[in-house]
Design a protein around this ligand. Structure first.
Ligand code: AMP
Length: 535
């Protein structure tokens, strides 16, 4: 027998409709390029998103089409989130810090038809667009003047967003369709090979947003003023663009001004209660506050993720009356799976308990798998972290590879232990990647580039801990016989071949690299040699 309750599809558009109707006075404050702050209520955003649906239809976008964005956090980006997904198309956010080559690959792989860009990313967009036959139009997020003297790439039209918006008629209502329809697409470089696309659905995004709002998730309420430093191009800014309007919290959007001075100014001027981002951002902000004697006027909490949160940061923020907490997840997990929030048993736990990645929120599940099966929750026995749940990926977009175990769990490549209270602590990583300031760097890619240098016989890249960036790459090379390249010559060889953040700052030259019995490079040995504490 079926229940007799109303059935409504879990659609992303329902969030902005609710926010406009019940929290019409709350909304978004965005920092523009010229430093000015502009406000838009959720009622404004809902109306403009319906207009934007009209623009998208005029641009030929249809149900299921991919529409790309190359943009920082702003009210306009939020309009795109709702309008694109709301009409049944797929909001494909792209990381502007990637190389032109990777962006071109991603646009082409997704077959995006239209690309919306912040004015500052227009040169990048044009560079990438030439490799994307499917792309018909580039829309610059601003006024006509912000297009400048842009020569459109061959065969592509370039428009100004506000011009299109001023000519569009608002769609009268939001279409209804199956909640399992794809809503968003985000490529991750956290895998081997080319970036791979994670395809979110309306249902998964909505349920994830509920999880984010839960008191022991990120915990959001109508009176909160939330500053997402985490970008909207990365895992939907941890779901905040959905979670905040869901509860009527105000969003403070920093635009491109992510330096500590600007972030602190926005926090204090706009009375932020909560800010969300990666540890690199928090350590720079703390250093700035310490150095200048500034203070946090209203900030109560920061949520950190993307990399481990060091105890020094937790304690540093505590001195300023700000609680630092962390969550764990990945692009494939929407991202929030765990948050470090107390249980009765951990209220009086020692200070370093804050360095654990946290416990699972309802909606997903976690296990750690050792060689013998699931590892016990004893806080000692490590295993590969695996998850499953309503907002965990089951595959990559247009990839045949089966990424789940036979019993339906996603192995993450992170290694950790779980304690008896269910708190996860990451201890290692099986993926051969380096994470610098929240961005992935492929050690394999660095090795291939180094090895293509005419003076290099063999190369290896490893992650070196870094106080600011979390990790930085160290490239170690063996010269060809009779050649003597300098570290600087190898280092500069990377420029223009990888994203700027991936260019190694250190190169070491050696006679030989350690190999195992099967000829495999022994990275553990390299770490022992190069990361050993200096005597
Ligand atoms: P991404 O898919 O780029 O968001 O990266 C996800 C990866 O970031 C995870 O698999 C972890 O390796 C790392 N990560 C995320 N959150 C944390 C955290 N709180 N502590 C340590 N590493 C984290």
């Amino acid at each position: 027998m079926l229940g007799l309750m109303q059935r409504r599809e879990l659609l992303i558009s329902s969030i902005i409709v609710h926010a406009a109707r019940h929290h019409g006075e709350a909304g978004v404050i965005s920092r523009r390029k010229n430093g000015a702050l502009v406000g838009a209520s959720y009622a404004d955003i809902e109306l403009r998103a319906r207009k934007l649906m009209g623009v998208l239809r005029d641009l030929g976008v249809q149900f299921g089409d991919r529409v790309a964005t190359l943009a920082m956090n702003s009210d306009r980006h939020l309009e795109l989130y709702y309008a694109i997904s709301g009409m049944g198309a797929i909001c494909h956010t792209i990381n502007p810090r990637l190389s032109v080559d990777d962006i071109g690959y991603i646009l082409d792989h997704a077959e995006d038809g239209v690309l919306f860009v912040d004015p500052g990313f227009l040169p990048l967009a044009k560079g990438a667009a030439v490799r994307t036959p499917s792309l018909r139009a580039i829309v610059v997020l601003g006024e006509e003047a912000e297009i400048g003297t842009c020569n459109p790439p061959h065969g592509k039209a370039v428009y100004a967003y506000e011009t299109l918006m001023s000519q569009a008629a608002a769609a009268p209502d939001w279409p209804e369709f199956d909640e399992n329809t794809a809503s968003g697409l985000c490529y991750t470089s956290g895998t081997t090979g080319r970036p791979k696309g994670v395809l979110y659905s309306h249902r998964s995004s909505l349920l994830h947003a509920f999880g984010v709002c839960m008191p022991d998730g990120i915990g959001l309420r109508a009176t909160d003023r939330v500053l997402p430093v985490v970008p909207m191009f990365h895992v939907n800014a941890w779901g905040l663009p959905y979670a905040a309007p869901m509860v009527g919290a105000t969003l403070l959007m920093p635009g491109r001004q992510l330096d500590p001075v600007s972030v602190l100014r926005l926090m204090n001027e706009e009375r932020a209660d909560l800010a969300v981002g990666v540890p690199t951002v928090w350590s720079a902000l703390l250093a700035h506050v310490r150095a200048t004697g500034a203070r946090f006027d209203t900030l109560k909490r920061i949520m950190s993720g993307g990399a481990a949160l060091p105890l020094a940061l937790v304690e540093g923020f505590e001195k300023f009356g700000v609680e630092a907490m962390q969550g764990w997840g990945m692009t494939e997990t929407s991202p929030l799976v765990t948050a470090n929030r107390p249980k009765p048993a951990t209220v009086d736990a020692p200070a370093d308990h804050a360095c654990k990645q946290g416990r699972v929120l309802f909606g997903s599940d976690l296990r750690i798998m050792g060689a013998e099966g699931e590892s016990p929750w004893d806080g000692k026995t490590p295993g590969e972290v695996s998850c499953r749940g309503h907002w965990i990926a089951s595959g990559y977009f247009r990839h045949q590879d089966n990424i789940l175990t036979r019993d339906g769990w996603l192995p993450t490549g992170d290694v950790g232990v779980i304690d008896r209270d269910g708190f996860l602590k990451l201890t290692d990583r099986t993926k051969d990647l380096i994470k610098s300031g929240g961005e992935w760097i492929s050690s394999i890619e660095l090795e291939n580039i180094a090895a293509s240098h005419p003076d290099v016989a063999e190369a290896a890249a490893i992650a070196v801990p870094d106080a600011i960036w979390g990790e930085r790459p160290l490239v170690i090379v063996v010269p060809r016989e009779g050649r003597a390249p300098t570290p600087e010559a190898i280092r500069t060889f990377f420029e223009g071949k990888v994203a700027k953040y991936a260019v190694p700052d250190r190169v070491a030259i050696t006679d030989a690299l350690p190999h195992g019995a099967t000829g495999k490079l022994l990275k553990t040995e390299l770490r022992r040699i190069y990361l050993a504490p200096k005597a």
